[in-house]
Structures are given as C-alpha cells and as structure tokens.
Design a protein around this ligand. Structure first.
Ligand code: G6P
Length: 611
C-alpha cells in the first residue's frame, strides 16, 4: 500500500529517498515517484510505473538536499505515470499523499474554475492545487498546508515541498500513519519506520491533526489547534537482518520455512513446565483476563482466518466469542455485553479498517482492548490497552504465512489463560492445560515434519498448473484452514479458489464438480474425520479429483481419483497450525509453475492503509 519517504538534509537526499522506497516495497504498490529541489532551486520530478528500480533508472541525474518520494497503490485513477505521486502545481509545490480525500470532487470543481489544470485522475491532485492557491494568496508553505488540511475531508499523511521555500519539508497527518525520523544535520518523514532503518534510529509519531515543519536541523510540531507540541522520541528496534533472501528463491518460501523458528520464538518465555505464563504477556494481562467474560475479535484477511480458527478453541473452553471482519464491524450498530474484551489481530498493525474498528470500539463500553500483532512500532499497538506480540520476525511476502501460524499459537495461549478462569479459580493449572502446553511445545518439531513433505507437494502442484478453479474443503477448525489455503492459492497463483465447510458441499458447490475442478481437503484424525470422508465420497462419486492432506491413520489412500499426502498424527488443538503449512507450500509451488510475482502479487498490498 502507498508509502511516503521525505528528507531534509545537508547532503543529496535522492539515494536516501530511493533506498527508503525500496524498503517500503514489501507493502505492495504499482508506481513510484520522487520530487527533489535542486541546488538551482528547481523542482525535479520523476515518476514511473512498476518497480522502484524503474524510478531509480530515471533519477540518476536528480540531486538536492530536500525532497519527497512515494510508492502508490492505485485507489483513484489507474496505475499510470501521470497518476503517480508526487503531484505538483504550477511547478512550484510537490505533494505525496497516503489516504483518501473524500471531498476531492467538490475541491476539483472549485479549482477548475480558479484555472488550475488537472493532469491526473487522483484525489491527491486537489491537495497540491489547494496549497498552491493559498501560497498565491501570500501564505508561506506551512500556513498554506495548514489552511489546506482544514479544508480536506478524509484521511491523509502528507509530505510537501516547495521551491519557494527550498529548505522546508512540511508533514501532516490525519488517519494515515506518519513518522518523523531524527538524524544528525538531517531529518526525515516516513509512513513506516522501516523506510528509515539506515538513516535514523530515533523517531516521533505524529498524532492525528498534527502538522510539522521539518528542516535539516529542526523539527517543529503543532497540533490540530495550532499549538506547538512535543511528541515522545522513540528509539527504533528495527534492523536490516531480516530483509535478505538467504538463498531462498522468494521471501514467501523463506517465511514458510522459518515457521519452525518463528513459532519457537512466539512460545519463548511464555510457557512454564506445565502451564502458560500469563505474566509474560505483560503486567496488565492478569487484570484484563480477570475482567473478561466474553470476546469480540476483529481482523481482516488472513488475520480474520486466525480469528476464525481461534473461535473453535475459545468456545471449546467455554468462552463466548464473536468474530467479525473489520470493514463490516465498523459500519453497523453494536450491543456490547459487560466484560467483553475487544481483541484485534493484525500482522502489520496498520490495517486501516482494523484500526478504525478499534477506535470505534473504544467508545462502545468494551472492558478492555487487546491486540495480537507482529509489528512493535505500529498504530494498533499504540492504540490498544495491551498487545501480545507474535514475534514472527519481519514478514515480507505479501501472502502471510509465518505471521498467520504465530497468530494462531498466540491465540491458543490466550485461550488457555481465559480457560483457567472458566474451569477454575483462574490461577490453578489442570491436566488439560498441561496437555495442551505439551502439544504447543511439540509444534515446532511437527512443523519440520510437514516441511519435509515438500517434494510430494511439488508433485501434487503439477496437477494445478492448467486449472482455473479449485475448491478447498475442511470441517470444524479446519474449515477456516481450508479458507486460508484457498486465499493463499488465489492471492499468488491467480487461480480462483473457494473454500467450503465440507458439510455444505451438497448445498451448491457439488454442482461444480468435474475433472477440471480440483478439490483440496484437509483431513486430520479428529471427531469429524468420518463425516469428512463421506463428503469426499460425494466428490469422488461425481468424477471429481481429490488432493488430500490426511492423517496417516485416516484410512484415506491414494488411488486414481485421489492423491493423498500423509501427515504424521498430531494433537487436535494444534492440528490447524500444522495443516495450514502444506496448503501454503501447495499455493507456493502452483504459483511457481504459473510464473507469477509470488512475493508481490498483482493488485495486492502487505499493509492496507486505505478503506
Ligand atoms: C492484506 C495482506 C494480508 C493480510 C491483510 C490484513 O490484505 O495482504 O496478508 O492478511 O492485509 O492485514 P493485517 O496486517 O491487519 O493482518
């Protein structure tokens, strides 16, 4: 999703801007651009469609000590050079923008009457013309941006430079994250601290309504009322270590294989010999869990499927649990029972719908807010009462893998803590808790055994290369695992894939079954296995081709219609964490055959910071 980098320095900022944009590539984007004010005080603008490397190729001659840069993920106007940011007005002012301006049509109509020519279909272009107009009325750059933002409806993170004030970079934020990075004789802005790893360790988070005047040797921030404010300086813990492929062909493959280590780290320090150590979740955890009678979980995408699996655990343990997609939750009315914990799940911590849902929830009387997240320096973390980090390490592939399995492990630990309060005094440990803790301990080793199935999965993937559709089936907690498997396949191979609870097959999707519709199923040896086997028979009876990941003791065997890959026996609670791994590998190898851009699938973004 869109990314912003800006710099004011005493050295040439072009390499800093290009490097920063490359570091934001993982978020997903379709075009990129930069604007730098040269030593001759000219605004040098370069934009290109596609990768940042395309922009780099055309920016060789650009140099100057102040500038802004952007990666764009199209919302208003198709991906094209003329729609890429920065947008300029009268060759005087350049703006980069994240977010969506809702009143852009009204402003566009007025500006057209004022004689401003439009060169893009974006909502952003009205911002730069509005700033230009205010400057034409005699305002300096800061005041012009301040007046402009008071006229905008919607969400924005902005970086603005003007050749009339060549040493000044203005930043403004409302609803879209923006940070100010501090350096020696240079300062920066960025939508995400990872853009600034090599140049800045210290940063300030701008709050909604803030506007900042940034130069190479000063940073002044003003709140929405125009009062000067201090924002806390945070020392970043991000490093470069996790951004190398280390011999893997793709980050997704690397991240699938990292799940053994990632889950070990998620569990690290949180398990005692026979119990979950809830104090390891932070001082407030006990108080928050004590106050929890039921749960409302909100998330998007893969994180929502983690919530969907966790609901089976919570309800098995006697804890009422509602789950909902953030974009739906935020636009309807709610009845909140006393003692309901509002839990958000997000790998990035920046998903706008999830963040907006949390902000809304805070006004609705939930007992507390808890966030399960992978990124320490993220917006959701800052806004939640308590965060439990998943410790997956940086995930770069857009299709989430290790972030998902570590979310599941974290959710199971939370479920165990709440279960204690349902079955006992909230402090004592019973044999079932001890049993699940042993299951969790065994998980990293079990994941290794599934990763060892890769050769068989490669053979299976060859059956999918020419297919246009696929159906995924599961039952119980493995229904959301089937959904996650289908999501992985469609995200990176562009094959249309749908998941069904296997019992629903006869209510519609059975009509689709023929030899061109591969049916993938997950079949652990649980209490629903026999029911699932009947459903698979329904597919076989209609000439469907089955691809099944099945417990070695399931009784399912490979024959002409069915290809079975055996999975070692696994305890029921952790089975969903295990069974998703072969589905991730299957999607990966099908995508490899299809030759798609696996780490950056078309049209998708890692961090979705617009509605
Ligand atoms: C995007 C990503 C998905 C992710 C979803 C929710 O669509 O591509 O991988 O599941 O956003 O993101 P979050 O960061 O909130 O988990």
């Amino acid at each position: 999703m869109c990314g912003i980098v800006g710099a004011a320095s005493s050295r040439d900022v072009t390499p800093i801007l290009i490097d920063g944009l490359k570091r934001l590539e993982y978020r997903g984007y379709d075009s990129a651009g930069l604007a730098v004010i040269s030593s001759e005080e000219e605004l040098d603008l370069r934009r290109s469609v596609g990768r940042v490397v395309n922009l780099e190729k055309i920016s060789g001659s650009v140099s100057g000590s102040i500038g802004v840069a952007h990666t764009r993920w199209a919302t208003h106007g198709r991906p094209a050079e003329h729609n890429a940011h920065p947008h300029t007005s009268s060759s005087q002012v350049a703006v980069v923008h994240n977010g969506i301006i809702e009143n852009h049509q009204d402003l566009r109509a007025i500006q057209k009457e004022q004689g401003f020519p439009f060169s893009s279909e974006t909502d952003t272009e009205v911002i730069v013309h509005q700033i230009d107009w205010h400057m034409q009325q005699g305002k300096d750059l800061f005041k012009a941006v301040q007046s402009t933002i008071s006229e905008l409806h919607g969400a924005y993170g902005l970086g603005v430079v003007s050749k009339q004030e060549p040493g000044v970079l203005i930043a403004a934020r409302s609803g879209s994250p923006l940070l100010i990075g501090l350096g020696e004789n240079e300062n920066f802005i960025a939508s995400d601290m990872s853009a600034l790893i090599p140049v800045s360790k210290r940063y300030m988070v701008m709050e909604d309504g803030d506007i900042a005047r940034v130069t190479s040797d000063s940073v002044e921030i003003f709140d929405a009322s125009g009062n000067p404010v201090e924002r806390k300086i945070i020392v970043s813990t991000l490093s470069d270590d996790e951004t190398e492929l280390e011999g893997f062909a793709h980050f997704m493959k690397k991240e699938i294989h990292e799940q053994t280590r990632a889950i070990t780290e998620t569990l690290e320090g949180r398990l005692g010999s026979d119990s979950v150590l809830e104090l390891a979740f932070g001082e407030q955890a006990r108080e928050i869990f004590d106050a929890t009678k039921e749960l409302k979980i909100i998330a998007c995408g893969t994180s929502y499927y983690a919530a969907s699996v966790a609901r089976y655990w919570f309800e098995e343990f006697g804890i009422k649990c509602d789950i909902e997609i953030a974009s739906e939750y935020r636009y309807r009315k709610h009845v909140v029972n006393p003692g309901t914990l509002f839990l958000t799940i997000s790998q990035s911590g920046e998903t706008l719908d999830t963040m907006a849902a949390l902000e809304m929830a805070k006004t609705l009387g939930y007992s507390n807010t808890l966030c399960i997240c992978n990124v320490p320096e993220s917006s959701l973390v800052r806004a939640s009462d308590l965060t439990i980090f998943t410790h997956a390490g940086r995930e770069i592939g857009v299709a989430s893998t290790k972030a998902f399995t570590t979310q599941l492990v974290t959710l199971l630990m939370v479920a165990i803590c709440l279960r204690r309060r349902m079955v006992g005094d909230g402090r004592s440990i019973d044999s079932m808790e001890t049993e699940i803790v042993q299951e969790l301990r065994s998980l990293p080793k079990q994941i290794e055994t599934v990763l060892d199935l890769e050769e068989q999965i490669i053979a299976m993937s060859k059956h999918f290369g020419t297919k246009e559709h696929a159906l995924f089936l599961g039952r119980g907690a493995h229904f959301p695992i089937a959904m996650e498997g289908a999501l992985k396949l469609k995200e990176i191979s562009y094959i249309h894939a749908e998941a069904y609870a296997a019992g629903e097959l006869k209510h519609g999707p059975l009509a689709l079954i023929d030899e061109d519709m591969p049916v993938v199923a997950v079949a652990p040896n649980d209490e629903l296995l026999e029911k699932l086997k009947s459903n698979l028979e329904e597919v076989r009876a209609r000439g469907g081709k089955l691809f099944v990941f099945a417990d070695v003791d399931s009784g399912l065997v490979t024959d002409e219609e069915t290809m079975v890959i055996n999975v070692a026996p696994v305890h029921s609670h952790i089975a969903p964490v295990l069974y998703v791994v072969p589905l991730q590998l299957l999607a990966y190898h099908v995508a490899l055959i299809k030759g798609t851009d696996i780490d950056k699938p078309r049209n998708l973004a890692k961090s979705v910071t617009v509605e």
